[in-house]
Design a protein around this ligand. Structure first.
Ligand code: PAF
Length: 283
């Protein structure tokens, strides 16, 4: 696996693979990789003969006071994991390579409505930063397929909408969330948790699972189900950001008649913001 740092080297390596008739798969990441990322690369390798991953901690998607500076940079360990998972090329650009003229005048891509509630409400500008960097990366790599984790459900919905609305000829694949044995969704941010916080964190998945089980068994009183779980999450010592039942396809508030649902949660454990979701389809 080669690692390149410039767009010029990236384009040249991808052109070479394409000339050899290979389909290009792409997995964008911010590094600090865990086995959830490895499943994205494995999926890309099943769908394409040449897999490109990127590692770029994108300043444009971090708000003031968020964890941009302390976000873990672990390039050597990440390279090893990518190699094991079947990645062919790693693009690891600097901020200057991605934003040579700075970020203030950078053209932005925004996906209204979908970006507005949930994480978009507490992280203003976040999804614009994500859509902008992902569209830049898509233009640099020009992949046939790109793989994202379903753990970032709203992000995946924003990217699907961007690709559809801007007619990007890229197939977007969403991969199921990888969880620890106790249910906690794998995330680079779990590394911020103390042992004590790590033991508490699975309450989020427990709450999602209990809500999902109740809905599946016919309970449609979303407000009451939500209130019960808010109590459980707060009693465990987390500060809730949101817990919502939404329509799976467009993230609009769900009604009792909807069959395609997603329950989404975000909560702070100390200074660490954790998110998770559970998608359910009712018969
Ligand atoms: O999910 C992430 O790690 C990031 O938001 C992404 C998609 C790599 C864009 O920076």
């Amino acid at each position: 696996m080669n690692t390149v740092k410039t767009v010029r080297e990236l384009r040249s390596a991808v052109a070479h693979a394409r000339k050899a008739g290979k389909r290009i798969g792409f997995v964008p990441t911010m590094g600090n990789l865990h086995s959830g990322h490895a499943t994205l690369v494995t999926k890309a390798a099943q769908q394409a003969e040449f897999v490109v991953a990127s590692i770029f901690v994108n300043p444009l998607q971090f708000g003031a006071g968020e964890d941009l500076e302390k976000y873990p940079r672990t390039l050597a360990a990440d390279q090893e994991k990518l190699l094991q998972a079947g990645c062919n090329l790693l693009f690891a650009p600097t901020v200057e390579e991605m934003y040579p003229d700075g970020m203030a005048g950078q053209t932005r891509v925004s996906v209204p409505q979908l970006s507005e509630g949930l994480c978009g409400a507490s992280r203003p500008g976040h999804f614009e930063g994500v859509a902008t960097v992902v569209s830049k990366l898509f233009n640099m790599v020009q992949p046939d397929i790109a793989v994202f984790g379903q753990k970032d459900y709203q992000q995946l919905a924003v990217i699907r909408a961007m690709v559809r609305d801007l007619n990007m000829p890229i197939q977007i694949i969403g991969e199921p969330t990888v969880r620890a044995d106790d249910g906690l969704a794998l995330s680079s941010r779990n590394g911020y948790l103390s042992d004590e916080q790590r033991a508490i964190a699975p309450v989020l998945y427990r709450s999602l699972s209990q809500m999902a089980a109740a809905i599946k068994s016919g309970d449609r009183d979303f407000a009451r189900l939500r209130a019960e779980q808010v109590e459980q999450i707060e009693a465990a010592g987390l500060r809730l950001d949101y817990l919502e039942v939404r329509q799976g396809i467009n993230l609009r508030p769900a009604t009792a008649e909807d069959r395609d649902l997603v329950i989404l949660v975000a909560a702070y454990l100390g200074a660490t913001r954790l998110i998770d979701n559970l998608h359910l389809t009712l018969d």
